[in-house]
Each structure stands twice: as structure tokens, then as C-alpha cells.
Design a protein around this ligand. Structure first.
Ligand code: FS2
Ligand code: SF4
Length: 518
């Protein structure tokens, strides 16, 4: 196996090994190779089919999403998907589909490998967003067509000069994709409103829902109506509390646990089932394996999978069987806070834009930080907690994705009635941050790079890659990126990013704050 698509890759170089080995995430050698075959089949399909239809689009999104870190650990379902791609080719009268050999990519010249990896990992992340929009009935032809173009590009010979524009195009198309998902979510469930979310679990049966898929949560809320079962979000599902049409379910009570990398500890003893709608699933420990359920593209050997009929009866049954806690049970965030807030998407923030602009003009707000992205297991990620704690009291912290669990339970007070920490939502809600930044730049008649705004990002998996590419495609400079730089950036590609975008690796909160504010 060879895999270096995520931040926790072995030795900061790549997860490798032979039969019996596994990557740091727990993905086995066989699963890694099966995922490569799946991508190889997709590249073959992109070359062979000139005008794919919506069925093919759906399969392509599923296949890419399947290979995102912490989504699928199951050889059987990955192989099934590869066979589906071969059958799909047969539907277009292609009798034998040639698969691209991914070893050609992993063994390519390091700069070519680096640029193609940016494209491949970027479209994997983007596929997750396109998939969530698609299940809500929203698709975009330009976005879908780009996936095939990108896949073909990975399979072709290409120079750095030819590949760089496709890397930037990946970011540009991902902006359209995040916009599509924002539209899908807000038209389906309403515009998020600021919401306080308790971390206490009430007594009685409950279900924990993790991942990013709001539609699955909505279906589960429908099926748990009047059943005496409460529902708690976990990880990236937290922002669901802010959507008016989800909020109206009285059994949607609060949030359980923190970011994904703590799940093996946090799920070990809970008297409730957990449903994973997307990443990030970690290898499931025997102590709680009978309580974890998967759906959509998430797959793990031996776990009960809720299929397309979306009958959550096994999850509901398990919740009733386990019964929950006997008493209301108090949990806290990692800094001891008993509640968190969310719901500060572009709809909310822009509705108070004049207040924000006035506070800046009056000198009450001197700086905005976007501190967001993925959380992860590596040491060093407390950088983000310390950064937020040490940020000056006249600064506002915008945040998004699961990295916020490092500090979202801190009470940093308010400035002119505006909370100092504003959670904009899931990782895809980076779209909100971009909309707010562009609106502020308009209000102050300057470019986004001239605003008193700094992005301090944490990355882990491939959705962070497509978001970073979107920011670069918009010409956003001076981004701080940590906790480590991607292993798939060759030194020439990194130099290009530093020279053209002034990307800096994070150092220490004190030093970075000094540099930013100095
Ligand atoms: Fe966090 Fe994991 Fe959102 Fe990422 S829950 S690292 O998938 O996509 O962010
Ligand atoms: Fe290693 Fe990350 Fe790949 Fe898992 S996804 S095998 S941890 S690089």
C-alpha cells in the first residue's frame, strides 16, 4: 500500500507496508489497494465515457467519497463499487474497461505526483460536498463535469505548467460546489440561526448521530418522533442544531462528545447507539462495536449498515434496549464548558453586517481570525486552543468544522453585543466565511487580503484540501496552515505556494500572533 492523503500519514511521509499492515487511520493494506483500484477504475471510466448521465455522476461521487479518509474500511463494499463501475461502462457498450494503474501516480516525478495529488485529494473532498447536495436533490452540471476532467488529468501525462491551472480550477469549482450545498441545506432546512447547544445528556434512551449528512439526521428525527428517544449530535453534526426545520424536533436535545479523534474513548461506555452518516469513523473497538451503525458510503466490516430504504429501526431498537442514562448526565467540552454555540452562517453574520462594520470603524473590533478546519489526533493541535485564548480581546474568532472543539466551549465574551466566537458550521460552511470576507471587503472598499482578517487553518483530510484550494483560487494570501504541512507537497510545489500565496506553517501561537498583529 501507499497512501499519504491525510495529515496523520506515517512519519509525515506516507503509510506503506505489505499484507497485514495498516495505515495510521486503521485502513488495511488490502483496503488501501482496493481504494486505489476503485480510483483507477474511475479514471478508466472518465476516459471511456464521453457523455456520462446522472446515474454515472452518482456512482462517480459515491466512489470518490468512499475513498476519503475514515469513510470506508471494508474490502467487500469497495470491491462491489469497483464492479459497479465496470458494469456502468458496460451500459455504454464498453465491454472491458481499462483501469488506470495508480502506481504510475505514486511513482511519478515528485512535482507531478504532488500536483496530481492536490487534484485527486481535492476532488475526493469535493465529491463529499457534491454528494450531500445530490441527496437533497441539488446537482450542478459544471461541477459534475469537472470531476471527470480532473480524473482524466490524473491519468494523462502532464507538465507542471499544465497541471497548475487544473489545481486552481479544482479550488474554483469547489467554491461552486460549496455554494450548491449551502443552497441545498438552507433551502431544505432554513437559514441557520444562532443557537446554544447543551452538552448534558438527559436521562432515558438516546441516539448519537455523527458525520455531515443533514438529510440522514432529518430522517432519523422523523422516525424517532414520539418514541421517547432523544437525539444528540456528534462531531460535524453539531451545526444541525441551528437549522430551523431541524431545531423544531423537540427530541433533538444537544451535542455529545468532542471531535472525531476522541470517539474510541467517548463511545466506550455510552448506553446508546451511534450512527455514522459520513467520516470520521475510527476503527471500532469491541467494547462498543454492537452499538455502531453506518449508512450511506460509510462502511466497516461486520457493522449493521442502514441501506437506501433508510429504515433506522435497528438503531431505534438498540436505543430502547440500552435505555440511556438513569439520570441527566453532565458532560463538558475540552475546556470544561457546559454548552457550545453554533449557527453563525453568512445569513446571520451578514444580517448584522452594519453592526460589524460600525464596531470596526469605532475601533472596538481590530482583527478577525478564521480559526477552523479539521481536528486530529496528533500532538500539537492544542496550538489552536492557545491561539484562540491568546488572541486579543478586541478580536473576533470565526470558526468552522471539527477543529472548533478545541475551543468552542470557551466563554470569550462579546464585543458590542457580538459574540467573540462565532461557529459558522461544518467544513463546507467555509463558503459562509468566504461570503462574509467578500462582504467585509466590499464594505471597506478593499480586497480580502487588505482586511484585518487572518485565516489560521488546521487540516486533516481531503475536504480541507479542496477548501484550501478554493481559498487559493480566490487569491487569498497569508494563510497559516498546520499542524504540519501535507506530505504530498513537493518542495517545488510548496515553494510555489509560499512565493505566490505566502502560506506559512503554524509555529507557536505567540509567534504567529506577533507576526500577524505586528
Ligand atoms: Fe472533521 Fe472529519 Fe468536516 Fe473532516 S469530522 S476531519 O471529516 O470533514 O472536518
Ligand atoms: Fe495513512 Fe491517512 Fe492514508 Fe490512512 S488515510 S492510510 S492514515 S495517509
Amino acid at each position: 500500500m501507499f497512501c499519504f492523503q491525510c495529515e496523520q500519514t506515517a512519519r509525515g511521509l506516507g503509510c506503506t507496508g505489505c499484507t497485514g499492515c495498516a495505515g495510521v487511520c486503521g485502513k488495511t493494506h488490502d483496503v488501501a489497494n482496493d481504494q486505489d483500484d476503485l480510483i483507477g477504475a474511475l479514471i478508466g471510466l472518465s476516459n471511456a465515457v464521453k457523455t456520462p448521465d446522472s446515474e454515472t455522476d452518482k456512482l462517480m461521487l459515491e466512489a470518490l467519497f468512499t475513498t476519503v479518509t475514515n469513510v470506508n474500511f471494508n474490502e467487500e463494499t469497495i470491491k462491489e463499487m469497483t464492479s459497479k463501475i465496470d458494469s456502468e461502462a458496460a451500459r455504454y457498450n464498453i465491454s472491458s474497461l481499462s483501469h488506470y494503474d495508480m502506481k504510475k501516480l505514486w511513482n511519478a516525478d515528485e512535482d507531478i505526483r504532488s500536483l496530481k495529488s492536490l487534484i485527486l485529494f481535492g476532488i475526493k473532498g469535493m465529491a463529499a460536498y457534491a454528494y450531500h447536495a445530490m441527496v437533497l436533490g441539488y446537482t450542478d452540471t459544471t461541477v459534475n463535469e469537472f470531476f471527470y476532467k480532473a480524473l482524466r488529468t490524473i491519468g494523462e501525462k502532464g507538465t507542471m505548467d499544465e497541471l497548475l491551472p487544473v489545481v486552481m480550477e479544482t479550488g474554483k469549482v469547489n467554491l461552486a460546489c460549496m455554494e450548491l450545498l449551502d443552497k441545498a441545506n438552507t433551502e431544505s432546512y432554513g437559514t441557520p440561526v444562532p443557537t446554544t447547544v447543551p452538552l448534558t445528556v438527559e436521562k432515558g434512551p438516546f441516539i448519537v448521530v455523527s458525520g455531515h449528512d443533514l438529510k440522514d439526521l432529518k430522517l432519523l428525527l422523523e422516525q424517532t418522533k414520539d418514541k421517547g428517544i432523544n437525539v444528540y449530535t456528534h462531531g460535524e453534526m453539531l451545526p444541525a442544531h441551528a437549522y430551523p426545520l431541524l431545531k423544531e424536533y423537540p427530541q433533538l436535545k444537544g451535542n455529545y462528545g468532542t471531535a472525531w479523534q476522541n470517539q474510541q474513548k467517548e463511545f466506550a461506555n455510552i448506553p446508546a447507539p451511534v450512527l455514522f452518516t459520513t467520516n470520521c469513523l475510527m476503527p471500532v473497538k469491541p467494547s462498543y462495536e454492537d452499538r455502531v451503525f453506518t449508512t450511506e458510503v460509510v462502511s466497516y466490516p461486520e457493522l449493521v449498515h442502514i441501506g437506501d430504504d433508510k429504515d433506522f429501526a435497528p438503531v431505534i431498537q438498540k436505543a430502547l434496549e440500552l435505555g440511556g442514562y438513569n439520570e441527566d448526565t453532565e458532560f463538558t467540552g475540552i475546556n470544561g464548558g457546559k454548552e457550545v454555540t453554533t449557527g453563525f452562517g453568512h445569513g446571520t453574520v451578514l444580517s448584522v453586517a452594519d453592526k460589524v462594520v460600525d464596531a470596526v470603524k469605532a475601533g472596538d473590533i481590530k482583527h478577525f481570525f478564521l480559526v477552523g478546519g479539521c481536528d486530529g489526533a496528533r500532538p500539537g493541535r492544542n496550538y489552536y486552543t492557545e491561539f484562540v485564548e491568546k488572541a486579543p480581546t478586541d478580536s473576533i474568532i470565526l470558526t468552522l468544522a471539527c477543529g472548533k472543539y478545541r475551543f468552542n466551549d470557551l466563554d470569550l465574551g462579546t464585543i458590542d453585543g457580538l459574540p467573540r466566537i462565532m461557529d459558522m458550521g461544518q467544513c463546507n460552511d467555509a463558503y459562509s466565511a468566504i461570503k462574509v470576507a467578500v462582504a467585509l471587503a466590499d464594505a471597506f472598499d478593499c480586497g480580502v487580503n487588505e482586511l484585518p482578517l487572518t485565516m489560521v487553518l488546521s487540516w486533516y483530510e481531503q475536504k480541507a484540501v479542496c477548501i484550501l484550494l478554493t481559498l487559493l483560487s480566490l487569491g487569498i494570501k497569508n494563510i497559516y496552515l498546520g499542524p504540519t504541512l501535507p506530505a504530498f507537497l513537493s518542495s517545488n510545489v510548496l515553494n510555489y505556494l509560499v512565493e505566490n500565496f505566502n502560506i506559512s506553517p503554524t509555529s507557536t501561537p505567540e509567534e504567529d500572533l506577533k507576526k500577524i498583529l505586528g
